[in-house]
Design a protein. Structure first.
Lengths: 253, 574
């Protein structure tokens, strides 16, 4: 079976520090996977390895069957990556930026226009599309980055902290969008600190702590693992509690 | 039902064949579009800035052209020496250019290939790494060399004017100049890649170490070839033996200087030979460098991401102790601000290393004055050299304050919201920065001038005049830089070099230079009068008046600039 994202015993060292430790993860097509973890747990390192920006010290990363190390270009053609701080060119308008991205992914002129019109409407970008990106608010930048990522209909969307800085209406739009994508067979790999979002939309949740995957499954499966019938926040804090951290023990059930 | 992205009739192909095959063209088109938008925006919003920049370039061109014409005529006047010296001038010029371009390209390439957010964005896309490397290389070459190319144009015109050349000289000169640039550029590109691969945690320190080793090696070699004890004939012969190394036929700067010399002599075919040699080698080294880097680019990029993850030493105690000592005269709150600025300065190797190089070379020179000049017993020569030293220190100070002091206020932009909440008026923040800058510059300038005066042994009165003058110039320059920095802040920019290079920084530099030139004219006249008075120990009335004028002018200009800056800064919103 070809998974949308597959990490095979992936390890990443920074000198003597192990950022990611023998991570084994298989994410099938059509799944919305939420990747959670405390700060410094290895989430961003894992995401960057999936996006091809970092090389694993050992193990391999595969996207839609293509090995990121050996066949990076083919893997990246299937992928879209939206970091927590979206990158836009300050001196391009939103429209020019989307046109550039469309060309980068090989869309012809007709497809460029069609897809751009769709996403501009869907993400309500028309009022600011012809202004320079440097004048955009965070929410506008996030919407533009999202439109650019989805323009070429990627099979896999890797997105880091998608909801930060967005107003409630846009949060709802993004949530609905992610659900539609997975319903159509596309895969979403989302890293977030907003546990309510993960609880609301994720098909499966993975929790990483000190570079290791400490829990993975649906919300119900995680509840069983944590032996508590409680919220994702409680489960998360229990599973990621360190020895000297007593705060998780004091959270009421 | 709203349209979704998945309802399109024609699915987008995901094969490699449908991806753009010419990523270089795509990225260059992007760059052109960015430049076009930038120019259009500047024309609409800041037309004066564009006009000011163009006018400044034109003025510099004209000044440089006149200077070069006069220098070349001076060199040519003694015919025999002119024949010998002219090729040597080109050799040394292009040798220096080689080092400068290699180093500049290394810094720009490192930033462009491994540190910019755009690079990470593009690497996550299906663009070929090779295309990205090529475009970054071209960008680095353009950014490292554009100012040199601009300066090369007046050189070309001055040469044509002095040597009265034919039309073929122009394309040959331009061709040689432009074809030469990629050769050190490729070296710089490889250096950047090596630093990313070998020492990713300390890229800045590595580059500074390389530059320092190169500078030290060059200084040692130059010191060796300047033998003061030999007779002129032996010294000249020895000099030529040493210079033979840098005039080797295998070195690129030799091809360029020979090509230009041949073009000057009207030997078009021979000059064209050197042009094609330079072009072929430039293409060759560029292809080699790009190929090497492309093969290892993703790995080097991944390595470079660990840069900056070294933990800073917990104790800034040494710096805090130094700051307490230097700024003891300041009230506590302002002393804390000055300490913060001092820590920021010393924790950025790119900042303090430039200051160390500027003042270090100057200190090296003044401490060895007696070895450089043969007749320092002559009081007039002493005064002349002392004046030239003062000029050098003042102009370096003008550059230093424009580059490092002017951006100080702008760099507070990101944390202005926090500083604004402190129980400290904004005016005192500006004065804290002025005090910080003045303390550092006074310490450096008085030390260098003090050593210079001591080594020269000039009369006490004149020594005091020089020290007071340099003190006044420090006050003037710091006041102008901080005042203008507060009057024309650039809060959106976090790079000190870009802040200094902006419109406000340029205006500040121009005012600083005018201030320095005016002060130096006064000191020059005082020195002349001292020489006329046979270096009597007493200050004449005229000298006293000049000194008071210099001090008053500097303090007044500093006060006006600071007042304007503080008034603006107190009202500014971020």
């Amino acid at each position: 079976m070809t998974y949308a994202i597959e990490l095979r015993q992936v390890t990443k060292y920074y000198g003597t520090f192990t950022a990611v430790d023998r991570l084994q993860l298989e994410i099938p097509s059509g799944e919305l996977f939420a990747f959670l973890g405390p700060n410094g747990a290895g989430k961003t390192t894992t995401i960057k390895m999936i996006a091809g920006l970092l090389l694993a010290s050992s193990g391999s990363v595969h996207v839609c069957g293509h090995c990121m190390g050996r066949d990076g270009r083919a893997a990246k053609a299937q992928l879209a990556y939206v970091p927590d701080e979206p990158f836009l060119y300050d001196k391009l308008t939103g429209r020019e930026f989307l046109q550039f991205v469309a060309q980068m992914y090989g869309l012809d002129r007709k497809a460029q226009k069609t897809h751009m019109d769709t996403w501009v409407d869907r993400l309500e970008m028309a009022p600011f599309l012809d202004q320079l990106c440097e004048s955009y608010s965070h929410g506008m930048k996030q919407r533009t980055a999202l439109a650019a990522a989805l323009l070429h209909e990627p099979k896999v969307l890797v997105i880091d902290e998608p909801m930060v800085g967005l107003d409630p209406k846009t949060v709802r739009t993004v949530k609905d969008l992610m659900k539609e994508m997975t319903a159509a067979g596309q895969t979403v790999f989302m890293s977030t600190h907003t546990l309510e979002v993960a609880e609301a939309v994720a098909d499966r949740i993975g929790i990483i702590h000190h570079g290791q995957l400490v829990a993975i499954g649906t919300l119900d499966e995680l509840r069983e693992q944590a032996t508590r019938s409680s919220s994702l926040e409680d489960i998360f804090l229990t599973l990621t509690a360190d020895e000297r951290d007593t705060s998780a023990e004091t959270i009421p059930t | 039902m709203p349209t979704t992205a998945t309802n399109h009739p024609e699915p987008i192909p995901k094969t490699l064949d449908h991806l753009p095959q010419d990523g270089v063209k795509l990225l260059i088109q992007l760059r052109i579009r960015l430049l076009h938008n930038y120019i259009r925006q500047t024309l609409t919003q800041q037309p004066v800035k564009l006009l000011g920049t163009a006018s400044s370039i034109l003025l510099i061109w004209m000044g440089l052209y006149v200077l070069l014409v006069e220098t070349l005529r001076l060199v040519r006047r003694p015919v025999l020496e002119g024949i010998v010296a002219t090729p040597l001038i080109f050799t040394f010029f292009f040798l220096a250019l080689t080092a400068m371009l290699a180093f500049s390209t290394a810094i720009l390439s490192y930033g462009g290939l491994f540190r910019r957010a755009e690079t990470a964005y593009l690497l996550a896309s299906p663009l070929r790494p090779r295309d990205l490397v090529i475009v970054r290389y071209i960008e680095s070459l353009l950014m490292a060399s554009w100012s040199l190319v601009l300066l090369g144009l007046p050189l070309m015109m001055a040469l044509a004017r002095v040597f009265q050349e034919t039309w073929s000289f122009y394309p040959l000169f331009l061709g040689l100049f432009l074809c030469f640039i990629p050769i050190p550029g490729a070296v710089g590109l490889l250096l950047a890649w090596l630093i990313a691969m070998i020492c990713p945690k300390t890229p800045r320190r590595a580059m500074i170490l390389v530059a320092a080793l190169l500078a030290a090696g060059t200084t040692w070699w130059l010191w060796r070839i300047i033998g003061f004890q030999m007779t002129a004939a032996i010294w000249l012969g020895d000099l030529y033996d040493h210079l033979a190394i840098i005039q080797s036929a295998m070195l690129p700067h030799t091809w360029v200087s020979k090509g230009i010399n041949l073009a000057l002599q009207g030997q078009t075919a021979s000059a064209a030979f050197y042009l094609f040699v330079t072009l072929a080698n430039a293409l060759f080294v560029s292809v080699i460098a790009v190929s090497i880097i492309t093969r290892n680019y993703v790995k080097a990029f991944a390595q470079a991401q660990v840069s900056g993850t070294r933990s800073m030493p917990r104790s800034g105690r040494i710096l805090a102790w130094i700051a307490d000592l230097c700024f003891a005269y300041l009230p506590r709150q302002q002393r804390l601000l000055a300490t913060k600025d001092l820590k920021n300065f010393f924790r950025d190797p790119l900042q303090w290393s430039q200051m160390a190089i500027l003042f270090g070379l100057l200190a090296l020179y003044v401490s060895n004055i007696q070895r450089l000049w043969t007749d320092l017993a002559n009081p007039q020569l002493q005064v002349l050299i002392a004046f030239l030293n003062l000029t050098a220190v003042s102009l370096i100070l003008a550059t230093f304050t424009s580059r490092f002091v002017f951006p100080l206020v702008s760099l507070e932009g990101r944390q202005l919201w926090m500083l604004g909440l402190l129980p400290l008026p904004r005016s005192r923040m500006v004065w804290a920065k002025f005090s910080y800058a003045l303390t550092i510059t006074l310490m450096a300038a008085l030390t260098v001038m003090g050593v210079s005066i001591y080594r020269l042994g000039i009369p006490t009165t004149l020594a005091a005049v020089h020290l007071v003058a340099i003190g006044a110039i420090c006050v003037g320059l710091c006041g102008v830089s901080i005042g203008m920095g507060a009057r024309m802040p650039l809060f959106s920019e976090h790079n000190p070099a870009r802040i200094a290079g902006g419109f406000g920084g340029t205006i500040s530099l121009l005012i600083s230079v005018v201030l320095v030139v005016g002060s130096l004219i006064g000191v020059g006249l005082m020195s002349f009068q001292a020489a006329k008075a046979d270096f009597a120990q007493e200050l004449t009335l005229s000298m006293t008046l000049w000194l008071v004028t210099i001090v008053t002018a500097n303090i007044t200009i500093a006060a006006v600039a600071m007042r304007a800056g503080i008034r603006h800064f107190e009202r500014v919103e971020t």
